[in-house]
Design a protein around this ligand. Structure first.
Ligand code: NAD
Length: 318
C-alpha cells in the first residue's frame, strides 16, 4: 500500500511510519514540525520506501501519485502544546482535516482520523463507550483541542455520508512510549524526567484523578487494525487498566529507583476527573485489545528517557 501519514514526524506518527515500513508499505510522512521533529524519523530516511515532506496541512496540499490510505494525525496533542498553539490547533483540526479529506476523496483512499478520548471531555459516563456524546466546555481552555477534534469527527462523517469517501474514526486514549518529549507536559514524560533528574515529582490536584495508559505499540496496532478493516467507527483504542495520577507517580518513582519527593500542584482548568475506555467494540469489530502491561511499557519508556537525558542539551529543550 502507498500510505500518507500526516503528523508523521510526531510521537505516534513516527511509530506508525516504522510499523508501516516494517510490513512492506510505502510511506509518505507529511509534517510541519510544529510539535514533531525530523529527528523522530531520521532513522527511516535512508529507506527507499520512505519519504518526508515538510508541509503545513492548513495550506495547499499536494501529493503526487496514488494513495491507498491516509492516516491523519497532524495536530498538537499535549495540553502544553495546544495551549501554546491554540489557533494552530483549531486550524489543523478544521482546515487541515478538510484538506486531508479532500486528498482522500481525490485519491479514492481510505481515511483514518486519529481522534481522542478528549471528545468525551470531563465525562459523566464511566467508563466511556463510543455511544457517549461527551461533556466538553466549548469556551474552556482545552476546547481548542477537544472541539477541533469533535469538528474533525463531524467532517469525516460528512465526507463518508455525502462525498463517497471511505472514512473511519479512532478515539485514542492516553498513549505513552519512547519519543515523547521530556517537556511536552503530559504526565508520564514529566514524571519520568523529574524522577530521573532527582527533581520533585509534581502531581496535580490530590492525585486521585485517573487515566488509562496505553503503550504505543498497542495503540499503533489498534490504529492499523482499524485502517485494515472496513469499519467506520468511531472506535476507542486504549488500555482499560485505570490508574490514579498518584499511583502512577509512585510506580514511576519505584521503577526508576528515584528518591524524588512527590509534591502536589494545582490542577489545570477542566482537567477530566476520570478516563477509562470501554474497548468492547475494538475487541468485537477489530479483534484488538491492549497487551503490554504498564510495568513493561513504562520500563521500556524509562530506558529510552534514561539514554536521552544523559545528553544535557535534552534537559533544556522545550
Ligand atoms: P505529536 O505532537 O507528537 O504529533 C503531532 C504531529 O502533527 C507533530 O509532528 C506536528 O508537528 C504535526 N502537525 C501539527 N500541526 C500540523 C500542520 N498544520 N501540518 C502538518 N503537521 C502538523 O502528538 P502525538 O501524541 O503523536 O499525537 C498524534 C495524533 O494522535 C494527534 O492527532 C492526537 O490528537 C492524536 N492522539 C494522541 C494521543 C496520545 O496519547 N499521544 C491521544 C489521543 C489522540
Amino acid at each position: 500500500m502507498r500510505v500518507l501519514v500526516t503528523g508523521g514526524a510526531g510521537f505516534l506518527g513516527s511509530h506508525l511510519c516504522e510499523h508501516l515500513l516494517a510490513r512492506g508499505d510505502e510511506v509518505i510522512c507529511m509534517d510541519n514540525f510544529l510539535t514533531g521533529s525530523p529527528g523522530n524519523v531520521e532513522h527511516l530516511m535512508d529507506r527507499p520506501a520512505f519519504r518526508l515532506i515538510e508541509t503545513d496541512l492548513t495550506g495547499f496540499v499536494h501529493v503526487p501519485g496514488s494513495l491507498d490510505l491516509i492516516l491523519h494525525l497532524a495536530s498538537a496533542a499535549s495540553p502544553v502544546d495546544y495551549l501554546r498553539y491554540p489557533i494552530d490547533t483549531l486550524k489543523v483540526g478544521s482546515l487541515g482535516t478538510l484538506h486531508a479529506l479532500g486528498l482522500a476523496k481525490e485519491k479514492r483512499a481510505r481515511f483514518v482520523l486519529t481522534s481522542t478520548s478528549e471528545v468525551y471531555g470531563d465525562p459523566l459516563e464511566h467508563p466511556q463507550s463510543e455511544t457517549y456524546w461527551g461533556n466538553v466546555n466549548p469556551v474552556g481552555p482545552r476546547s481548542v483541542y477537544d472541539e477541533a477534534k469533535r469538528f474533525a469527527e463531524s467532517l469525516a462523517t460528512a465526507y463518508r455520508n455525502a462525498a463517497d469517501t471511505d472514512t473511519a474514526i479512532v478515539r485514542i486514549f492516553n498513549t505513552y512510549g519512547p519519543r515523547m518529549r521530556p517537556y511536552d507536559g503530559r504526565a508520564i514524560p514529566t514524571f519520568i524526567r523529574q524522577a530521573l533528574s532527582g527533581e520533585p515529582i509534581t502531581v496535580t490536584g490530590d492525585g486521585s484523578q485517573t487515566r488509562s495508559i496505553c503503550y504505543v505499540d498497542d495503540t499503533v496496532a489498534g490504529i492499523l487494525a482499524l485502517a485494515d478493516s472496513d469499519f467506520a467507527g468511531p472506535v476507542n483504542i486504549g488500555n482499560p487498566a485505570e490508574v490514579t495520577m498518584l499511583e502512577l507517580a509512585h510506580t514511576i518513582r519505584d521503577l526508576t529507583g528515584s528518591s524524588s519527593p512527590i509534591v502536589f500542584v494545582p490542577r489545570p482548568t477542566d482537567d477530566p476527573a476520570v478516563r477509562r475506555p470501554n474497548t468492547d467494540l475494538a475487541a468485537s469489530r477489530l479483534g484488538w485489545q491492549a497487551t503490554v502491561r504498564a510495568a513493561e511499557g513504562l520500563g521500556r519508556t524509562i530506558d529510552w528517557f534514561t539514554a536521552r537525558l544523559q545528553r544535557p542539551e535534552e534537559l533544556t529543550r522545550s
